[in-house]
Design a protein around this ligand. Structure first.
Ligand code: NAD
Ligand code: TYD
Length: 355
């Protein structure tokens, strides 16, 4: 795709910022346009190091804004879209599903409509790449894995909105022959993640000697992938993925929440020079998340066999790198946990207090 122009949505968020950085640095002959609304989760500080690069443009705007989206397609004549913009936090979706319907469903369809309009006459070399989640597959018992054939069974407002957007992407491929590809990835962790998600929330609380809230018994299982491994997979799928296909991406790295938090406490004690066992004392079991999915685990053999992708960063290394990033970027952390975050935290956790 020499010299192509790519729209990346949600590039100021956690995963999006790693994807934008990778594309801007690795492909100097591409033009990267980052469209982001800068919600509470979007932060231009995440992209400070590349903001002045000549092949990068930032546009502040909403993917549901039809006029804006169409005008960007008109102006830049995009060859590719990598669509990451979303409301992404399950707990917020339980509080306020409508924001998820607007951004995740209507926003995705707005982008699809623009791609359809501008690409119908000349679909050659175009690609609409939709970034999705393993949560669309529902919840597993204690064994088994999600494959690309697993039936959709979303169980939270977040996963229902992502599942809906996946269906629209597939429908546009089938009905209008829009060149699309989808990936469904497991839980990401790493630098720049907003501290509403488990790992950065726990890092922030441990740093400040606050309780670490564990939902239920801490026996829920997630499959964790280092964010740069995900960005590398996105790069590969964008360039080598087969049109119309879905690929699962996972870390082959499942952890019970309680075991993960114990490991994190150990790493934090070491990195902060605290006595062993200090941080573990902060662990607090709280009221469970309603409808809490028990277990996610990805079978990523398709992307390995067809495209040669595998995770590279082992969990203890990735976790330590992540902890060091947060400890080295406490100004970033302080900025994002001021104001709005305090209200969110208070509201989210006050009714969850120790059982
Ligand atoms: P995030 O919440 O950190 O960032 C989302 C970004 O989208 C923010 O910059 C926000 O400002 C922007 N955004 C939100 N609504 C918008 C709108 N209406 N218009 C334009 N921009 C808007 O999310 P993330 O964790 O980086 O996730 C990125 C994508 O990857 C999402 O589609 C998510 O569903 C998917 N995903 C995330 C994970 C994970 O573990 N975080 C795993 C699998 C898939
Ligand atoms: P989260 O990071 O919100 O990701 P997701 O729900 O999309 O998997 O949560 C990861 C796991 O950690 C999930 O099982 C819920 C649990 N959890 C807690 O126990 N305490 C918390 O404060 C949070 C935010 C999550």
């Amino acid at each position: 795709m020499a010299g192509k122009t790519i729209l990346i949505t949600g590039g100021a968020g956690f995963i999006g910022s790693h994807v934008v950085r990778r594309f801007v640095n690795n492909y100097p002959d591409y033009q990267i346009v980052n469209l982001d609304k800068l919600t509470y989760a979007g932060n231009l500080e995440n992209l400070k190091d590349i903001e002045d690069k000549p092949n990068y443009t930032f546009v502040k705007g909403d993917i549901t804004d039809e006029k804006l989206v169409f005008s960007l397609f008109e102006k830049y004549q995009f060859d590719g879209v990598i669509h990451l913009a979303a409301e992404s936090h399950v707990d917020r979706s339980i509080e306020n599903p409508m924001e998820f319907i607007k951004t995740n469903i209507i926003g995705t369809v707005t982008l699809l409509n623009a791609a359809r309009k501008y690409w119908t006459d000349n679909p050659e070399g175009k690609l609409f790449y939709h970034i999705s989640t393993d949560e669309v597959y529902g919840s597993l018992e204690d064994d088994g894995f999600f494959t690309e054939q697993t039936p959709y069974d979303p169980r939270s407002p977040y996963s229902a909105s992502k599942a809906s957007s996946d269906h629209f992407v597939r429908a546009y491929n089938n009905t209008y022959h829009l060149p699309t590809v989808i990936t469904n990835c497991s839980n990401n962790y790493g630098p720049n993640q907003f501290p509403e998600k488990l790992i950065p929330l726990a890092i922030n609380n441990i740093l400040n000697m606050k309780h670490i809230p564990i939902y239920g018994q801490g026996t829920n299982v997630r499959d964790w992938l280092y964010v740069e491994d995900h960005a590398r997979a996105i790069d590969l799928v964008f360039h080598k993925g087969k049109i119309g296909e879905t690929y699962n991406i996972g870390g082959n790295n499942t952890w019970k929440n309680i075991d993960l938090i114990r490991l994190l406490c150990k790493v934090m004690d070491q990195e902060l020079g605290r006595d062993p066992g200090t941080s573990e004392k902060l662990i607090t079991f709280v009221k469970d998340r309603p409808g809490h999915d028990h277990r996610y685990a990805i079978d990523a053999s398709k992307i390995k066999q067809e495209l040669g992708w595998e995770p590279e960063v082992d969990f203890e290394t990735g976790l330590r790198k992540t902890v060091r990033w947060y400890l080295g970027n406490q100004k970033w952390l302080k900025n994002v946990v001021s104001g709005e975050y305090q209200k969110y935290y208070e509201k989210q956790y006050k009714n969850r207090l120790v059982k």
